[in-house]
Design a protein around this ligand. Structure first.
Ligand SMILES: Nc1nc2c(ncn2[C@@H]2O[C@H](COP(=O)(O)OP(=O)(O)OP(=O)(O)O)[C@@H](O)[C@H]2O)c(=O)[nH]1
Ligand SMILES: [Mg+2]
Length: 194
């Protein structure tokens, strides 16, 4: 089975739950007392997607303003960026839009953008409407999910959707042993560009 390495970075305001999302995905656990990230942290997880193994190389960046200048080191060369906001804090959605602009200007041209509205377990104190965020995501052709790292909602789905959206570099894996290769149809290798 072919192994593909997919570099993914997480961006977004401090406290929105980037590290918690990664921790839930990689370790399937949640720490309510998690510390803010310093600089960035790196984790990997390999999952099967159709006939391939996808090894996610995950760069979890620090949202605090003092680390902002480091972000390009992590989004450069990324196949996908997960931009996270907190559904209970409107200003984190504004920060998200700024990240989208920055990626547009300085990010890799074909980077897959996924928007995660985290802390959806806190619906009672919601400030960002799901429809508004979904409409925005659709307008920039981004993946959109509301997640809860705390309650393990839509975390695996987020990464599955990234696997689905990342264009296959390769060919039909079953054909490779038969001496010829079939290119996938363009409609299948749907590209996303922010
Ligand atoms: N209720 C709830 N709290 C969450 C959720 N995800 C994270 N938190 C809490 O939000 C706080 C911040 O989480 P982090 O994962 O450290 O946030 P971060 O985006 O990595 O922050 P920086 O590293 O500073 O950029 C912690 O207290 C978490 O326990 C969630 O889905 N629901
Ligand atoms: Mg963090």
């Amino acid at each position: 089975m072919a192994l593909r390495e997919l570099k993914v970075c997480l961006l977004g305001d401090t406290g929105v739950g980037k590290s918690s999302i990664v921790w839930r995905f990689v370790e399937d656990s949640f720490d309510p007392n998690i510390n803010p990230t310093i600089g960035a942290s790196f984790m990997t997880k390999t999952v099967q997607y159709q006939n391939e193994l996808h090894k996610f190389l995950i760069w979890d960046t620090a949202g605090q303003e003092r680390f902002r200048a480091l972000a390009p080191m992590y989004y450069r060369g990324s196949a996908a960026a997960i931009i996270v906001y907190d559904i209970t804090k409107e200003e984190t959605f504004t920060t998200l839009k700024n990240w989208v602009k920055e990626l547009r200007q300085h990010g890799p041209p074909n980077i897959v953008v996924a928007i995660a509205g985290n802390k959806c377990d806190l619906n009672d104190v919601r400030e960002v409407m799901e429809k508004d965020a979904k409409d925005y995501a659709d307008s920039i052709h981004a993946i959109f999910v509301e997640t809860s790292a705390k309650n393990a909602i839509n975390i695996n789905e987020l990464f599955i959707e990234i696997s689905r959206r990342i264009p296959s570099t390769d060919t039909n894996p079953q054909s490779s042993s038969k001496g010829f290769k079939l290119r996938r149809q363009p409609s299948v290798t749907k590209r996303s560009c922010c």
